[in-house]
Ligand binder design. Structure first.
Ligand SMILES: Cc1ncc(COP(=O)(O)O)c(C=O)c1O
Length: 427
C-alpha cells in the first residue's frame, strides 16, 4: 500500500510514537486521526462523527470553528501572520487583559501554557532571589521540568520530596522543588515554613486538575506566601476564562502575584500569557541584562497577530453576560447526569469538577487531593473512556477532564450520559 492509500491511523502509527502527538495515546487499533470540527462535534478522517468532550484539551472554549473566531483569523491573515514584535492586535489584546485582570499590571505573551508557567517560576526565583518552588502533588503545569514533577507518583516517596514523571528531570528538580499535598493547608504550611528562607513561590492550579479547592485553602496559601515573602503563582491555563472571565482568581476570590494563562485565551489558536505586578514583571526588561535578577523571556510566535485576533474574538464572546451562566449550568447538568448513571448502576465513583468541567474517578473515597485518587480504578476509567470513544464520543482515554464549551447544550450532556451508561455497563 502506498502512503497515500494507507489508513490514516496506520500512517499516524508509522510517523508518531504510539501514533500520537502526545495528547492521547489510544490503543493501536483505535488510533484517531481527526479531519474537522464544528461546534461540539468533530469528524475523523474516515468520516465518523464524534461528540467532542475534549475540545482541543479545553482550548476551543467557543466551540470548533466558531464563526466569530474564524472571521477574526481570516481578517488578519492577509495582513501578516507573525512579526515577532508588538502588533496592533497583540497590543489591543494586552490592554483588554490588563483591564479585565487587575492582578496583571504588566503581561507578556508566549505561545503555550507550558511557557507561561515556566516564566512565572523563573520570575518568582529572580524576584525573591530564592531557589525553591513548592508545587502540589498530582498537579500539571506543562511540559517543563517543574511542570511534570510529581505528576503521577506512586505514593512510595514521602512528601515533600519531588519525583520525576519523565526521564531527564530528577536532577533538575532535586533541591529546587518541594511537593505539598493539595487542599492540606497545615501540611503545606509546615513544608513552606520549614524552608521559608529558600522558598521563591507556591505554584498552584487553583482547581487542581478537576479537584476544587476546599474553602480557605487558597486564602491560606495567599496568607502563607505573604508571611514568608514568597510569591503566589496561579497556573490558570485551564481555569482562566473558563471558571469566570477572571478565571479562578475571580471565582474563588483570591488574587495571585503571578499568573499563567493559555488554552481558552486563544479560542483554539496557540497563545500563552503571563503577568503580575509591574515590579515583578520588570525583571524581564532588557536593560537589566547582566544583572543577577534579569529574566530571559522570548517567544518567536508568542502573541502573533493571528492568535491575538482569535483571542480578541474569544474574549468578546466571554464578555457576553450570558457566557458563564451557560457554562456553569452545563457543568452542573453534566455532573448530575454522570452521578445519576453511576448511582443507578451502583458503581462506587466520584464526579468532581467545577464550572464547565467534570471528571469521573472510580473510587469510594471523596476526592480532595492526589492521594485520595491513588487507589482509584484507573483501568476501569480507561475502559469506560474507550467505550465512549467506540460510542461516538471523543474523550481523553486517560479519564481525565471532560471539557464543555459554549457550543454544548443540555442535549449534549444527556447524550454523553446515555453513552456513558452503556460504556460503564460493558467496562
Ligand atoms: C494546568 C495546566 N498548566 C499548563 C499546561 C500546559 O499548557 P500547554 O499544553 O499549552 O503548554 C496545561 C496543559 O494541559 C495545564 O493543564
Amino acid at each position: 500500500m502506498t502512503q497515500a492509500t494507507a489508513r490514516p491511523s496506520a500512517r499516524a502509527l508509522a510517523v508518531h510514537p504510539a501514533g500520537s502527538n502526545g495528547e492521547f495515546d489510544f490503543p493501536a487499533e483505535r488510533v484517531v486521526v481527526l479531519a474537522r470540527g464544528t461546534g461540539s462535534r468533530v469528524w475523523d478522517a474516515t468520516g465518523r462523527e464524534l461528540l467532542d468532550f475534549s475540545m482541543g484539551w479545553g482550548s476551543v472554549l467557543p466551540g470548533h470553528a466558531h464563526p466569530a473566531v474564524v472571521r477574526a483569523v481570516a481578517e488578519q491573515l492577509p495582513s501578516g501572520t507573525n512579526f515577532a514584535c508588538v502588533s496592533e492586535r497583540s497590543l489591543a489584546l494586552a490592554e483588554t487583559l490588563q483591564r479585565l485582570l487587575p492582578w496583571c499590571e504588566r503581561l507578556r505573551f508566549c505561545a503555550s501554557g507550558s511557557e507561561a508557567t515556566m516564566y512565572c517560576v523563573r520570575l518568582a526565583r529572580a524576584h525573591t532571589g530564592r531557589p525553591v518552588v513548592v508545587k502540589f502533588e498530582g498537579a500539571y503545569h506543562g511540559s517543563s521540568d517543574v511542570g511534570v514533577t510529581s505528576l503521577f507518583p506512586d505514593g512510595s516517596v514521602d512528601l515533600p520530596r519531588p519525583v520525576a514523571t519523565s526521564a531527564g528531570v530528577q536532577e533538575a528538580v532535586e533541591g529546587t522543588v518541594l511537593v505539598a499535598p493539595f487542599n492540606d493547608l497545615d501540611a503545606t504550611s509546615r513544608i513552606v515554613e520549614r524552608d521559608a528562607a529558600r522558598i521563591a513561590a507556591v505554584l498552584v492550579e487553583p482547581l487542581q486538575r478537576c479537584i476544587p479547592p476546599v474553602p480557605g485553602f487558597l486564602e491560606g496559601l495567599r496568607a502563607l506566601t505573604r508571611r514568608v515573602g514568597a510569591l503566589l503563582v496561579f497556573d490558570e491555563v485551564v481555569t482562566g476564562f473558563r471558571l469566570a472571565l477572571g478565571g479562578a482568581a475571580e471565582r474563588y476570590g483570591v488574587a495571585p502575584d503571578l499568573v499563567a494563562y493559555g488554552k481558552a485565551l486563544g479560542g483554539g489558536l496557540p497563545i500563552g500569557a503571563f503577568g503580575g505586578s509591574g515590579e515583578v514583571m520588570d525583571h524581564l526588561r532588557e536593560d537589566r541584562l547582566g544583572r543577577p535578577d534579569y529574566v530571559w523571556s522570548a517567544s518567536t510566535l508568542g502573541g502573533n497577530p493571528v492568535s491575538a485576533a482569535a483571542a480578541l474574538a474569544a474574549l468578546d464572546l466571554y464578555q457576553d453576560p450570558a457566557t458563564y451562566a451557560h457554562l456553569d449550568h452545563l457543568g452542573v447538568v453534566l455532573r448530575a447526569q454522570l452521578r445519576s448513571v453511576l448511582h443507578s448502576r451502583r458503581v462506587d465513583a466520584q464526579v468532581i469538577g467545577d464550572g464547565p468541567l467534570a471528571q469521573v474517578v472510580f473510587t469510594k473515597e471523596p476526592v480532595v487531593g492526589y492521594r485520595s485518587m491513588l487507589h482509584a480504578d484507573r483501568a476501569r476509567s480507561r475502559r469506560t473512556m474507550l467505550g465512549l470513544l467506540d460510542r461516538g464520543v471523543f474523550v481523553n482515554p486517560m479519564g481525565t477532564k471532560l471539557y464543555l464549551s459554549l457550543a454544548h447544550d443540555d442535549a449534549s450532556c444527556v447524550a454523553l450520559a446515555e453513552r456513558f451508561d452503556a460504556a460503564l455497563f460493558d467496562a
